[in-house]
Design a protein. Structure first.
Length: 482
């Protein structure tokens, strides 16, 4: 991935916060300066989106919320580690509450839960790494908690979007591995404090460590103990074990100096089989999180970012002081000579519009709606597969969206693929008015786009049917008002 496409975690959260708000409420009315700032660089789209987000009004308040969220996250992690340490002390104390300790029972009590959790983590990483499943359960739980607590601890008007963006970060590659680091750190704190507690107890109190079994015979148990001890011996953590020494603890008749060897055996088992894998897991997760952090970028295939791609296209400064020439209009298209079938209907980046809409008196064939790049290609492929050109191609466009080069290219290619006249049906005018948007300017922008692609535009809102707009569409489709 090119370096220019990577973004910092702060810019990632800011851009995602803006995207979530704009996908819900539409583009901001005062984003023109910010859009020009984003288009002023030749960097990749992700960096241009981040620059635009930084320049938007209210960005400073969002960034303050992001910084506060970072501090709260660190406090949460510290509290979790303190809880793990306290739990480790309690678990170790419960294991040595009697002067005679069952070796296997104490080892199982301290290692069973960390081992099961480690096995589950490994299973998720191995089976779900390709689908991004590592840490997804923990991420979903933490994101849910953040969304509920966020409005109480964050102060900006976009607090909800900031928390939702943070939940989305936990599902990215570095986010999942950071959760893995937290999980490993939790169990390291638990096992480390348990080890320290056992060392303190063994240093000041005399304990007899024994073992016993009801179902297994002595030969099987000696084999099990040898299997546990051999790696420890190879690491130089304990002396080789003898069957007689092992069996003596079975009867509880071992010599006094055997107590220290058994205590050290228990400590080594917990350290190597419990603490060791967690330390390795923490190192691996930290390395993967660091690599993912270096490669962090925005998912520019999101509909909210696709809508910005045209308006954020890099601008160049002309050498002369004269204004750059306006984009040329193509020759007006006309209705096909021998059209067949019904007019086609396509929707492009609609918000709350019911789909497909009902336009009284006009019979259309619905092709589909476009919300992302893949949808555009599917629609274009369907239009190219037509046997004959239809009377017209109706393109339902939302006035809540600012038309950009992406819209223009798609409509132009769609009209070429269908071989017919593009008719832009502009909707959501009432919604834009409710948001105090400049409807006259937005309508003029879409009408200019229609002219550039050789088509026509009419405003029609299914919520408030206009007979004049319907009649105009009928005339254009029938070819009576060329």
């Amino acid at each position: 991935m090119p370096r220019s496409e990577t973004v910092s975690i702060g810019d990632w959260l800011l851009a995602e916060t803006v995207r979530l708000g704009e996908e819900r409420d539409g583009r901001r009315r005062d984003d023109h300066v910010a859009t020009r700032a984003g288009a002023s660089t030749e960097a990749g789209l992700a960096r241009r989106i981040a620059l635009r987000a930084r320049a938007l009004p209210g960005a400073d308040a969002v960034r303050a919320d992001i910084a506060r969220l970072g501090r709260l996250s660190r406090l949460f992690a510290a509290g979790l580690l303190l809880l793990a340490a306290a739990t480790g002390v309690l678990a170790a104390s419960a294991s040595v509450d009697a002067r005679q300790i069952d070796f296997l029972l104490a080892a199982a009590a301290l290692l069973l839960m960390p081992t099961l959790m480690l096995a589950g983590w490994l299973a998720v990483v191995i089976t779900g790494a390709g689908r991004g499943a590592s840490g997804s359960i923990a991420g979903a739980l933490l994101a849910t908690a953040c969304r509920r607590l966020g409005p109480r601890v964050l102060t900006s008007a976009h607090a909800g979007d900031v928390l939702e963006a943070a939940g989305g970060f936990l599902r990215t590659t570095p986010g999942r591995w950071l959760l893995g680091c937290l999980a490993h750190a939790f169990w390291i704190a638990y096992l480390l404090t348990a080890l320290v507690t056992l060392v303190l107890y063994f240093s000041v109190v005399q304990y007899d460590l024994v073992w016993g079994t009801t179902l297994l015979n002595d030969t099987t148990m000696v084999t099990l103990f040898n299997g546990l001890a051999d790696p420890l011996v190879a690491l130089g953590l304990m002396q080789p074990v003898e069957p007689d020494w092992l069996l003596a603890a079975r009867e509880g008749t071992g010599p006094g100096d055997g107590r220290g060897r058994w205590a050290w055996f228990l400590l080594a088992v917990i350290g190597v089989y419990g603490l060791g894998p967690r330390i390795l897991g923490l190192i691996a997760s930290a390395a993967a999180a660091t690599i993912g952090w270096w490669r962090l970028t925005l998912d520019t295939a999101q509909p909210g970012y696709l809508r910005l791609s045209g308006s954020l296209a890099p601008t160049t400064t002309p050498e002369s002081t004269e204004q750059a020439p306006a984009r040329s209009h193509r020759a007006p298209r006309s209705r096909p000579t021998n059209p067949q079938g019904r007019a086609l209907l396509v929707g492009i980046e609609l918000e709350h519009e019911p789909w497909p809409p009902t336009i009284a008196g006009i019979d259309v064939q619905v092709v589909g709606r476009v919300d992302d790049r893949a949808g555009r290609e599917q629609i274009l492929a369907a239009l190219q597969a037509l046997d004959a050109p239809p009377p017209a191609l109706l393109v339902l466009c939302s006035l809540l969206r600012t038309p950009d080069q992406g819209h223009e290219r798609f409509i132009d290619r769609a009209a070429d693929a269908a071989g017919t006249l593009p008719l832009l049906v502009l909707t959501d005018g009432a919604a834009l008015t409710r948001r105090e948007g400049n409807i006259d300017a937005r309508r003029a922008d879409w009408q200019a786009l229609a002219a550039r692609v050789g088509g026509k535009a009419v405003e029609f809102d299914p919520e408030y049917p206009d007979a004049a707009a319907i009649a105009q569409l009928q005339r254009w489709i029938a070819g009576h008002d060329e």
